[in-house]
Design a protein around this ligand. Structure first.
Ligand code: BGC
Length: 745
């Protein structure tokens, strides 16, 4: 076979392509992202109840059927009481089970039965790099959903972080598709173990809040398949997610909720999705086209509910012969199948769930304590030395800030949110005096152009001299100062992207002045997205990163500062030195206007930085520990593999310090002389490993060769290119400790 011709021979799901005597293996369209399945696998929705479902549908009037397909309150459809079909009960996610709202507005219902555990936001979960904790998260929040009688949890949210400015960066997971899928699958499985459906969101390409309701997202097919879809695909094919939320934006000219390519062809056709699609709130724009494109349940805000696209207009369309009743039945059936599967209809032994329990607070703590990242500790100010410590200055609004609620969008009403100051007070010996000063005011200028105060708000950045003076005084009279700086959920919010990366509220000035007053100053950032930390980083020897980290966030953070927990969090995205270094900005392709074209293609996040040799402030995967590690003796079990084999990579991880600690071994692949543009490094495997002080652990990683595939647009499939690959093994995308080269036949 010569050059451009591919000879495709299908062998089960593997297609073998021959080119110039070489063989290239293509996993069929269910492809690469489901290679290397995790140990977590969801239970498939079956046809078991189809007969009953068909009988029920036969008894339903057209009006009753239509009542199943649109919102009839903010978070339910109508159900059919007469036939014993309950409403589908939904709740936001992802931070916990949202409080109950009024039937037809975003105002709280004002009851006292809707408290819940506040779980760490997505950034915190992904910084753990720990799939087991993602499962814990899902299981725990799923139990809470059941206890509140929910059928659907509108979570997890995991769109790829394309720009550091993205308003929802704090609730999403990462810039990397592999890390994303490895966390999302166990999360979904955990939720669904509780007879609750996860609603994976926001499918798809909802990577910015600017113009999210109208923007037409354009990207090439390879980028879609390799970067933006893998976690959705894995959540469906492995996690067996029972529902999917259709995003607000358009994709290649069509709204996602009327995008047959995304819903019918990919989601159902290629991935065999058996659940139902719920629109994001007010993301539907038509009746017939929406249903025919594969969308099932229209949710929204703008009551009256009977005016929704899939309400009276649908009844009219059926009566006018514009859409068949059989098509309507189809969508009703999808919803009923899930409801039966969740035991929502026949609920004899349905999971009961539990909420606000100690066990759930413990889960939230476990996640938070593995998410805190030590960014710098050059003078070993951390962990705090308690012996002889008499006083400590605790400075910053974030020492006392609560983040369970705030900004636009879903929060949690919780009875428990431990702040850093609460935790330090409880954990420090009584002999230590805490000198607290707020240090800065979180001030905003309301946006005069919008009725919604959260859209495009500017911050007040003039340093507050009085507060700085108080902070300086507190620092001067204390042995050590800790500044709890950063952002908050009013500033990082759904529905608006940030304008830039500046550290708001005059905090840089505060940090510089406190540091001048007391050289032993530690900076703790509490935020969910990258900030410009250039000056702050220069100004300090100790820098820690924490998140909107749930009910136990303060306890987890204090335990890291005090050395009760050895930090093991790793950045789930790149912290750039400047915004213009980031791919979407370097290519001038954010935020677009009516449309946005993802010009950087597959080079998202560190893929861009590492390929273009741009040094970030902190790289993807980065995070220090109170101990030190060495990696040695990396080797693969063979030198050469075929496409359907799995590579076993082993190495020794030695803890060379005096403290037990967890390190994340990260494996990136690198392929030179590829026929397609490849990133310099692509994450292919990782493992978080606990190693005792002075001890060595043998680490084994299994990497299916199919993970190395790229998406071949012409062949519409995943190609494993033969040739040499180098595995770069380290503890961030930039700290590579070991290299192994192997061949793919
Ligand atoms: C958000 C979704 C959320 C829905 C319901 C939308 O604005 O994009 O994530 O689930 O509102 O609150």
């Amino acid at each position: 076979m010569k050059n451009k011709m591919l000879c495709l021979v299908t062998v089960l799901t593997i297609i073998t392509a021959c080119k110039d005597g070489e063989q290239t293996h293509v996993a069929a369209n269910t492809g690469d992202p489901s290679a290397g399945k995790s140990i977590y696998e969801g239970a498939e929705i079956t046809d078991e109840h189809d007969k009953e479902i068909d009988e029920l549908i036969a008894k339903m009037t057209l009006e009753e059927k239509v009542g199943m397909l649109h919102g009839y309150s903010m978070f339910t459809n109508q159900g059919v009481e007469r036939l014993g079909i309950p409403k589908v009960n939904m709740a936001d996610g992802p931070l916990g089970i949202r409080e109950e709202l009024q039937r037809d507005s975003w105002a709280p219902k004002g009851v006292d039965t809707d408290f819940a555990t506040y779980f760490p936001a997505g950034g915190g979960l992904s910084a753990t790099w720990n799939p087991e904790l993602a499962h814990t998260f899902g299981k725990s929040i799923g139990e809470e959903a059941r206890a509140r009688d929910k059928d659907i949890l509108l979570a997890p949210a995991f769109n790829i972080i394309r720009t550091p400015l993205g308003g929802r960066t704090f609730e999403y997971m990462t810039e990397d598709p592999y890390l994303n899928k490895k966390l999302v699958v166990p999360y979904v499985v955990g939720v669904q173990e509780n007879n609750v459906a996860a609603c994976i969101k926001h499918y798809a390409a909802n990577n910015q809040e600017t113009n999210r309701g109208t923007v037409d997202v354009l990207m090439d097919e390879r980028t879609l398949r390799e970067i933006y879809l893998p976690a959705f695909q894995a959540a469906v094919t492995e996690g067996k997610a029972y529902s999917v939320m259709g995003a607000y934006n358009k994709f290649r000219g069509e709204y996602i909720c009327e995008n047959s390519y995304m819903l019918n062809d990919i989601l159902r056709g290629e991935w065999d999705f058996r659940g139902f699609v719920i629109s994001d709130w007010d993301a539907v724009h038509s009746t017939v086209k929406t249903l025919e494109s594969g969308m099932d349940l229209e949710m929204g805000t703008n009551a009256p509910f009977d005016k929704f696209w899939l309400a009276q207009p649908l009844i009219d369309a059926v009566k006018a012969g514009k859409i068949s009743e059989a098509e309507v039945d189809n969508h009703v059936k999808r919803i009923l199948r899930v409801m039966y599967h969740l035991k929502a209809i026949d609920d004899k032994d349905r999971v009961k769930g539990s909420i606000n329990t100690d066990a759930h607070f413990k889960d939230a703590y476990a996640i938070a304590s593995e998410s805190v990242i030590l960014l710098k500790n050059t003078e070993n100010l951390l962990p705090l030395k308690i012996d002889g410590l008499k006083s400590i200055a605790v400075i910053g609004a974030n020492a006392t800030k609560k983040n369970a609620q705030g900004g636009f969008g879903a929060g949690v009403k919780t009875k428990r949110e431990v702040t850093p100051l609460d935790a330090l007070k409880a954990k420090l010996p009584k002999s230590v005096t805490i000198n607290y000063a707020k240090g800065y005011e979180e001030g905003f200028v309301p946006n005069p152009k919008s009725a919604d105060q959260n859209y495009g708000r500017a911050t007040i950045d003039t340093p507050n001299e009085k507060m700085i003076a108080e902070a300086v005084a507190a620092a001067m009279k204390s042995d050590v100062a800790i500044i709890f700086a950063g952002s908050n959920r009013d500033y990082e919010s759904e529905a608006s992207d940030r304008k830039d990366l500046h550290l708001p509220f005059g905090q840089e000035e505060l940090i510089a002045r406190v540091k001048a007053a007391n050289p032993k100053t530690i900076i703790v950032m509490i935020a969910g997205a990258p900030f410009d930390l250039n000056k702050t980083e220069q100004n300090t020897s100790a820098l820690v990163w924490s998140w909107y980290n749930g009910s136990e966030g303060g306890n987890a953070l204090a335990d890291v500062l005090l050395g009760n927990v050895n930090p093991s969090g790793k950045l789930p995205w790149t912290m750039p030195k400047k915004l213009s270094d980031s791919p979407a900005h370097a290519t001038n392709s954010f935020p677009g206007g009516a449309s946005v074209t993802y010009e950087e293609g597959v080079l998202v996040g560190y893929r861009w930085f590492d390929t273009k040799n741009i040094t970030p402030l902190y790289p993807f995967g980065y995070g220090l520990s109170y101990t030190t590690f060495q990696m040695a003796n990396a080797k693969t079990d063979k030198k050469s593999y075929s496409a359907d084999e799995t590579i076993t990579l082993t190495l020794d991880l030695k803890n060379t310090g005096k403290t037990d600690g967890k390190e994340v071994v990260q494996v990136y692949s690198s392929k030179t002389n590829s026929k397609v543009e490849r990133a310099a490094k692509e994450l292919r495997s990782f493992k978080k490993v606990l190693t005792k002080a002075g001890g060595t652990e043998k680490v084994t990683l299994s990497i299916p060769v199919k993970e190395l595939a790229y998406y071949d647009t012409a062949a519409k499939g995943w190609m494993v290119e033969p040739g040499n690959y180098t595995f770069k093994i380290g503890n961030s995308s930039r700290d590579i400790k070991q290299e192994v080269t192997l061949a793919i036949k």
